[in-house]
Every structure is written in structure tokens, then in C-alpha cells.
Design a binder for this molecule. Structure first.
Ligand code: GLU
Length: 464
């Protein structure tokens, strides 16, 4: 199938809605999406919610919201497995009719006994096929059977994994998989195959925790006469210490990245770098990723998530966003809802090089929109007998400027510094504290220009 160029590429993301999207899952979604987009194919969202005890609608809604936030748009779905139960049951019946599956009446107790005896002999525990129809056992009364797939006995299952290379599993390793439980509900591995078949999936991109399921699924595809998709099993994502990624490594849920104001493009870039590289390009856009992406380029070694590197990438993205877009994106993080547009745009440009998230940007520029609370101790540290007169003079000089621009502001401050024989910080620091509440603003002339004359004078007078 992979060599058939005329087939439209169709990939899917098939999360189980049992929590929030974890960075590892999101990377799976990203690679499946990027591959579909690269080949002008289709990307499908399927919610695997058959584990009713652990699935929730809230989690499914969160997954949909997070994918939307990230910009991983899907062409079809979301499909919910719970809404497809009848379809699975129909396929089970067809398989029974065709002899591809059979009823097994073995009880749990019998299975346990079988496993124990196999283990005692040092064998791998596996179902022994005793209810295969040709064995001729008579079904007991009043027992609801499970349905088992009749796995081939000989030969092996081979696939060329796009990431892991050739994998071969002997059929003698696989027993007859239960595809429906006594109450008729289909099992996980079976639903996945029916879905991938019905959704005409050409490339299955998923975490490598599923490698063990793949030979069983391939056998079912083949029994159903459906072309086997290409598989790409992605290596695990580890924390920077080489341990499995967990809360210990900081935020691991995508929702936290959204809440902290990382740009979606930065998250995509950071996730892609976990396993994908394009030469020495560290910073790239989602469009570039799509252009460059290939499943075969994914590093089969476990990827490491490095928060520090991620911060750096996030900062680089923040530097590059067009101002209007940045200004729009930061508004939800600001303490005011309708900031002056010109001030906002200028403030964003003034601070974008210093931060890596919208939240941090909003915290930095908040003082342009609401007057800061000035800490008295900090103020007396920077404004006292040594510079109070100069501070009053600079306030007056700024008030008398014919036009409010950076160079005039700078010249006015310089003039007062010379007049009072002070060093630049002796005026810059109290001005910073008065207008921003803190001591680290970008250059004072640029900061005051953006803040505007009225606010500047008001804040300088308030502390003088
Ligand atoms: N629902 C599975 C998971 O969340 C994915 C199954 C698949 O991609 O085949 O791990």
C-alpha cells in the first residue's frame, strides 16, 4: 500500500478520552497530522471511548479543544467508538459466518488452570485453541461464549515499520484473540482494526506501546481481506533525565501550555523536535514542518523532552510573530480587556525579546495599562536626598517637551543628569520604579515613549 502513489494518504489520531492530552500523545497527533498534510491527505480524529469506566465526555471535549488550539485540524470525525458498537458486532457475526472467528466456552477457571499448567512447564501462557470448531467440543448449556479470532497457526507476521524498521513475529507466538466478550461487547484490538478499515486508514501512526498489538491486528486485516496499512510506531517521550516523562518534569499536559500562554506554533516546533530534525533547523513554523516532514525521518531512539530547550524555542517564536497577531494573542492574559491598541502593539514589541510566553509578556507589560503598586522600600532605595531635586527637574523637563518621542525624552533626561552631575542609573532607576513598579524595564526613553506623556507625568508626580 505504501508504494501505491495514487492512494490518498489517510492518517488518524485515536486518543482514549481518559484524561488531558499529554505531550507524548500530542506529538503522536502532530506527526500523523503532518504526514497527512504533507501528502495532501486526510487526517481523522477517532475517540476510543470503549473503556467506559475511565472515559469521560469532559476529557473528549478537552482533546478536541486542545487540538483546535494547536491548529491540528482534522478532516473527518470525531468518531466515537461507543457509537459504532453495532458495526463491530456486525463484523463479528460476519467473521463467525465465514469461519474467521469462533465461539469459545472456556470458563475463567479453566483458563487459569491452563495458564498455571503452561507456566509450570516453563511455557508462555496462551490459549490452546480447544474450542476451535474442528476440535468438535459440544457447547455447554447456559454459558455465554467469548468470540475468538482464528489466528493463523504457521508462518509469521512481518511489517516494515516506518520508524522501527522490519519487525517479524511468528504466528506460533500469537494465540486466538478474544474479539467479543460474553456480553457481546467487542474488544479493543478488534475495534481498532474495524475502524482503521472503515476509515480507510493508510498509515497508522501511534506510540510504540502498541507494537505488541500490531501483529494481531495485521492478521485480522488480512482475514478481512483489507490491505494492511503502513505502521509507524513512535518512540516514547522521556524527560531530560531519561526517565519516562511525568509531572516531575514540569507541565506535561497540553492544556497547561495553553494556559501559560505558549504560542501554538512554538509547541508544535518543540514537540516536533522530539524525534524529528531537519538539518540544523531548530526553529521552524508548522508550515515548514509539513513541508519537511517524513515518517521515515523520525529517530527510532526515545526522544527527550527538555524544558529549557523548549523555553528557548518558545522565545524564538515570540520574537517572530507579526506584531498585530502578538497583540491580539496577549489580550486574554492582560488585566484589562480593551487596552489601547497603539500602546499594546508598541509594548509587545518592546518586551517580546525578553519572554517566552504570552503570560510572561502580559505580566511584563501590564503596567502600561494599569498603574503599578509602588513598593515604598524599593522607592526610597532609588529616590532619596541624593536625587530628589533632579527627579523633580526631570519631571518638569518631560512635562515641557514640545513633542513626546524617544529622542526628546532621552535628551531631556541627559540634560538633567548633566545639570546635577549624576550617573545615568541615578535617574533611570527611580523613573523605572515610579512608572513600572520594578527596576528592569527596557531603555527608559523607549518605555516612556510607549507609556505616553500623561501616564508618565502622573506616575512620576505620584512618587515625588
Ligand atoms: N487509543 C490508543 C491510545 O490512546 C491508540 C490506539 C491506536 O492508535 O491504534 O493509546
Amino acid at each position: 500500500m505504501s508504494s501505491n502513489e495514487s492512494t490518498t494518504v489517510r492518517t488518524r489520531f485515536a486518543p482514549s478520552p481518559t484524561g488531558t492530552l499529554h505531550l507524548g500523545n500530542v506529538r503522536t497527533a502532530l506527526f500523523a497530522w503532518a504526514y497527512a498534510r504533507k501528502h495532501n491527505g486526510k487526517f481523522i480524529l477517532r475517540i476510543e471511548d470503549t473503556d467506559q469506566a475511565r472515559s469521560s465526555e469532559q476529557s473528549a471535549a478537552g482533546i478536541i479543544r486542545d487540538l483546535k488550539w494547536l491548529g491540528l485540524d482534522y478532516d473527518e470525525g470525531p468518531f466515537f467508538q461507543m457509537q459504532r458498537l453495532e458495526r463491530y458486532q456486525r463484523v463479528v457475526r460476519q467473521m463467525l459466518d465465514k469461519g474467521l472467528a469462533y465461539r469459545c466456552y472456556m470458563s475463567e477457571a479453566e483458563l487459569d488452570a491452563l495458564r498455571d499448567s503452561q507456566k509450570a512447564r516453563g511455557e508462555k501462557p496462551r490459549y490452546d485453541g480447544r474450542w476451535r470448531p474442528e476440535r468438535g467440543l459440544t457447547p455447554p448449556h447456559g454459558v455465554q461464549p467469548v468470540i475468538r479470532f482464528r489466528n493463523p497457526d504457521t508462518g509469521s507476521v512481518v511489517w516494515d515499520d516506518e520508524v522501527k524498521g522490519r519487525i517479524e513475529i511468528a504466528n506460533s507466538e500469537l494465540d486466538d484473540l478474544v474479539i467479543a466478550r460474553p456480553d457481546g461487547t467487542p474488544t479493543y484490538n478488534f475495534c481498532v482494526v474495524v475502524d482503521d478499515m472503515d476509515m480507510a486508514i493508510t498509515h497508522v501512526v501511534r506510540g510504540d506501546g502498541h507494537v505488541g498489538n500490531t501483529p494481531r491486528q495485521i492478521n485480522i486485516f488480512q482475514a478481512l481481506g483489507y490491505p494492511v496499512p503502513v505502521f509507524a510506531h513512535l518512540p516514547t517521550v522521556l524527560g531530560s533525565d531519561g526517565e519516562k516523562l511525568s509531572k516531575r518534569h514540569g507541565a506535561t499536559g497540553l492544556d497547561e501550555y495553553a494556559a501559560n500562554g505558549y504560542l501554538p506554533s512554538a509547541v508544535i516546533n518543540g514537540l516536533a523536535r522530539m524525534g524529528f530534525a531537519h538539518g540544523n533547523d531548530e526553529v521552524f513554523t508548522p508550515e515548514q514542518l509539513v513541508q519537511w516532514f517524513d515518517l521515515s525521518a523520525i529517530n527510532p531512539a526515545p526522544a527527550r523532552f527538555d524544558q529549557q530547550k523548549f523555553e528557548w524555542i518558545a522565545g524564538e517564536h515570540l520574537k517572530r510573530v507579526p506584531t498585530a497577531q502578538l497583540a491580539r494573542a496577549v489580550i486574554p492574559f492582560l488585566p484589562v480587556s480593551a487596552p489601547d491598541e497603539g500602546t499594546l502593539a508598541a509594548a509587545c514589541d518592546l518586551y517580546r525579546d525578553r519572554v517566552s510566553t504570552l503570560k510572561a509578556l502580559a505580566q511584563s507589560i501590564g503596567y502600561f495599562f494599569t498603574a503599578p503598586l509602588v513598593n515604598t522600600e524599593l522607592l526610597v532605595q532609588h529616590l532619596n536626598e541624593t536625587n530628589r531635586n533632579a527627579f523633580t527637574s526631570v519631571t518638569q523637563a518631560l512635562g515641557a517637551l514640545p513633542t513626546w518621542d524617544k529622542s526628546q525624552i532621552g535628551a531631556a533626561i541627559k540634560g538633567v543628569l548633566t545639570q546635577y552631575a549624576l550617573k545615568p542609573p541615578q535617574l533611570m532607576m527611580p523613573i523605572r520604579v515610579a512608572v513600572s513598579g520594578g527596576t528592569s524595564t527596557p531603555s527608559v526613553d523607549a518605555t516612556l515613549e510607549v507609556l505616553g506623556r500623561t501616564q508618565t507625568l502622573e506616575r512620576l508626580r505620584a512618587v515625588a
